[in-house]
Design a protein around this ligand. Structure first.
Ligand code: ADP
Ligand code: ZN
Length: 745
């Protein structure tokens, strides 16, 4: 018997199947991790067995030395999934395999946890034994407790009950009153359990849940898009769908964005399904993650709730994958392999005969267009539960404020609403959607935004150069002294910070307590949860934050949401800026009035008539969709096209620049060749230029940006580009390729 082994070394040169002989005494199966001699010195390396075969093509093969774990760590489906990823994401096979197991298992950096357990031996006369312990009270109470438990109990548990009992336990073992053993235990991450009654579903919820169940029964890998406004009961539909899935003997994965993977979210699922839940997220310790993963692998847990990478959880009877807030950018991996969790999930449910549910109040344009074209099945929850209304949105024109002589960052309306809210003893959230590194240039008088002539993308102000730059094509413009539109001298770079907002609140309402949440205040582990729960307990009346506070939290006492500057993300130099702004505004507005108190939103903007702001005010997703998809079509942005970016980075600027410019020429001719005469128009753009962030930690960066029309030739064009990238990886210190990069910077 022979095994095909992928050696656990991430290098192009060794990313292929090596054949090893399987010794007779080793029960090797596909999916096992093994130790194999590798290379010249026959050093032992870890590897994954991906297939078994009866014959070897070579006469002389080495032998597998050892199984690392006694069980196969990979399911057959996972091996097939990794093979597919290798093709789909142009990554190393081993990189895809590595995603399937907790990182610390590699290099054997994490082990099972064993604890000493003791048990009262069968046939011991406990009453008689206790009689003999009258002079040894510590031993007596330990034996009493162990007898009461009547099963094996761990020594740490006994110590938790009666501190410092180890000596007593040892004495009892010596007397033969306790028998000793050791057992493998699972380190359970703390999970909050919230009371989660199963509601009588509304008609709309029932219809959605039934559709999901039928799709699951069909088992054809259907994708369903559940579109429902915030608070319309989507989570309740997920819970019902999971119940149905479990009753059919299948298992489920629920993905939520890392940032909303709060105790509250998990608690609702644990409240319903108890121990059948396993969680996987970045705040687990290595041991907890390993143990949760094994509970899944051994079939002890049937439901996995986790962030992006939980899509790889080893569930053998997987039926249902649910992706909540499917539009979130955190579902795209930022490191190699740059996979999209939604794509991987779709592939998995096809392979395992299940169904995929994508849920959102603001689906991505891509998903919604697929739903409209019939590729996905569209399910709609049109209203909030129990007749609760969506919050009222007031739009305030900040230009008018300026004309009235208010040049502060709060409009009179916002101040007024805030004062109302606070005097009613309610809470408020103030939100600024700012990203530190991007500042656009706009006119405070007329709202004019400085844009690139080629790209219709706002120019970014670069402080160090004192000029503006287009992050798409690299074009530069000086910072104008006056507004090109209204000729007034009010044009300037724009950007407000959370601190400024906090100061303003304190100045206006000196006695009010505030909490501030942004990347600066959230450095420490756990600070995120602590701050949210403090706000939940009412320890502060106002929560101020960036996009972090927009997601999934349920604060029943919040009745006011203030969006201090709604247009900051609108003018980011990114074609997705309108979509992201609409999503953010809708999400953040959804934080107001979740409970019985009606909610209000004050939205401050310099562009009150911008279509995106109007759709956000009406909370009209469908209107927004039809508007924005036309915009994308006009400029041939995705989903009508696709971007590929190759970044060349090197400490030596000339090296990076030359590598980039040389590659651009040959890549262009290769692409033209593969697209052929018929595909002449497919290559919409291929530009080589200094990257928008020209230097990062001492490395100079240049980039090739390719924009391709989405046609049947796209696949070949991507393949050609990936192969090209493969051949030019060494042209300078770092050469990275990204398909549809999340950030164009
Ligand atoms: P979403 O996930 O769409 O934001 P949720 O599922 O969280 O919505 O539901 C919003 C609120 O309504 C929650 O407090 C939930 O417990 C409650 N809820 C959901 N479905 C029902 C129902 N059928 N009957 C009564 N209350 C419900
Ligand atoms: Zn441009």
């Amino acid at each position: 018997m022979f095994a095909e082994v992928i050696v656990d070394i991430a290098h192009t040169a060794v990313d292929r199947r090596f054949t090893y002989r399987v010794p007779d005494e080793l029960p090797v199966a596909a999916g096992h991790r093994v130790l194999v001699p590798f290379g010249l010195g026959d050093h032992l390396k870890e590897g994954f067995v991906v297939a078994l075969k009866d014959e070897s093509d070579y006469p002389d093969v080495k032998e597998i030395r050892k199984l690392i774990e006694p069980y196969p760590v990979l399911l057959k489906e996972q091996i097939a999934l990794a093979e597919w990823m290798q093709e789909a994401y142009h990554c190393l096979f081993v990189d895809a395999l590595r995603l399937m197991i907790p990182a610390q298992m590699r290099g054997m950096r994490i082990r099972e946890k064993k604890v000493r357990t003791v048990v009262v031996p069968d046939g011991l006369d406990v009453t008689a034994a206790l009689e003999t312990l009258k002079k040894a009270p510590a031993q007596k109470r330990v034996l009493e407790l162990a007898a009461k438990i009547g099963a094996a109990v761990s020594v740490p548990d006994l110590n938790a009950f009666y501190p410092n009992s180890t000596a007593a336990v040892n004495a009892l073992i010596a007397r033969g009153y306790l028998a000793e053993n050791s057992a493998v235990v699972f380190r359970h991450p703390k999970k909050l359990t919230l009371h989660a009654p199963a509601y009588e579903l509304t008609d709309a919820q029932n219809t959605a849940a039934n559709e999901i169940r039928s799709a699951l029964e069909r088992g054809a890998g259907d994708v369903l898009l559940l579109h429902g406004v915030t608070g319309s009961g989507k989570t309740e539909v997920y819970l019902k769908a999971i119940e149905d899935c479990l009753s059919a003997g299948r298992q489920a994965i629920v993905l939520v964005p890392e940032i909303s993977l709060t105790p509250q979210t998990v608690g609702r699922f644990t409240g319903r399904f108890g121990d059948r839940i396993a969680v996987l997220h970045s705040r687990l310790s290595a041991g907890e993650r390993f143990d949760e993963w094994r509970r899944i692998r051994f079939g002890i847990a049937d439901i996995v709730i986790g962030a992006r990478s939980a899509v790889f959880a080893p569930l053998e009877r997987l039926g249902l994958i649910i992706i909540d807030e499917e539009h979130e950018s955190s579902y795209q991996s930022e490191s190699q392999p740059r996979y999209l969790a939604g794509e991987v999930a779709a592939k998995r449910v096809r392979m395992q005969n299940g169904a995929l549910v994508l849920g959102s109040a603001t689906p991505s344009l891509m998903s919604y267009s697929r739903a409209l074209s019939g590729k996905y099945r569209l399910l709609t929850l049109p209203a909030r539960i129990a007749g609760r209304s969506l919050p009222t949105v007031e739009v305030v024109n900040m230009r008018d404020e300026l004309l009235m002589g208010n040049n502060g960052i709060f409009s009179d309306r916002l101040t007024e609403r805030l004062s109302e809210c606070l005097s009613n003893g309610q809470q408020a959230m103030l939100f600024i959607n700012r990203r530190g590194y991007a500042t656009f240039v706009s006119c405070r008088n007329c709202g004019y935004v400085l844009k690139c002539d080629n790209c219709d993308i706002s120019m970014t102000y670069h402080k160090t150069e004192s000029r503006t730059r287009c992050h798409y094509c690299g074009a530069v413009k000086p910072l104008p002294k006056e507004c090109p539109n209204c000729k007034k001298p009010f044009i300037k770079q724009f950007g407000i910070g959370t601190e400024q907002v906090e100061e303003t609140v304190h100045r206006l309402f000196p006695s009010v307590r505030t909490l501030r949440m942004d990347t600066d205040t959230m450095r420490e582990k756990g600070s995120y949860e602590n701050l949210l729960s403090a706000f939940h307990r009412g320890e502060a009346q106002v929560l101020i934050g960036t996009q972090m506070i927009a997601k999934g939290h349920d604060f029943p006492n919040v009745t006011l949401v203030g969006v201090v500057a709604a247009d900051t993300t609108l003018n980011l130099p990114d074609y997705r800026a309108p979509e992201r702004t609409f999503q953010l505004l809708t999400q953040v507005a959804g934080r107001a009035g979740r409970d019985n108190l009606p909610g209000r939103v004050v939205l401050q903007t310099y562009e009150p008539n911008h279509p995106i702001i109007r759709f956000a005010r009406e909370q009209d997703y469908v209107g927004f969709y039809h508007y924005e998809i036309m915009e994308r079509k006009k400029l041939l942005y995705p989903p009508f096209s696709l971007f590929i970016r190759i970044v060349f980075a090197d400490r030596d600027e000339r090296t990076a620049e030359r590598a980039c410019l040389d590659c651009a020429k040959s890549l262009e001719s290769e692409l033209r060749a593969v697209l052929g005469e018929e595909g002449r128009q497919d290559l919409l753009l291929l530009v080589a230029a200094e990257a928008p962030i020209a230097r990062i930690s001492g490395f100079s960066r240049y980039q090739i940006l390719v924009k391709l029309l989405r046609t049947k030739r796209l696949r070949d064009a991507i393949g050609t580009t990936a192969a090209f990238h493969g051949r030019h990886r060494e042209d300078c210190a770092e050469v990275q390729m990204e398909i549809n990069p999340q950030e164009m910077f």
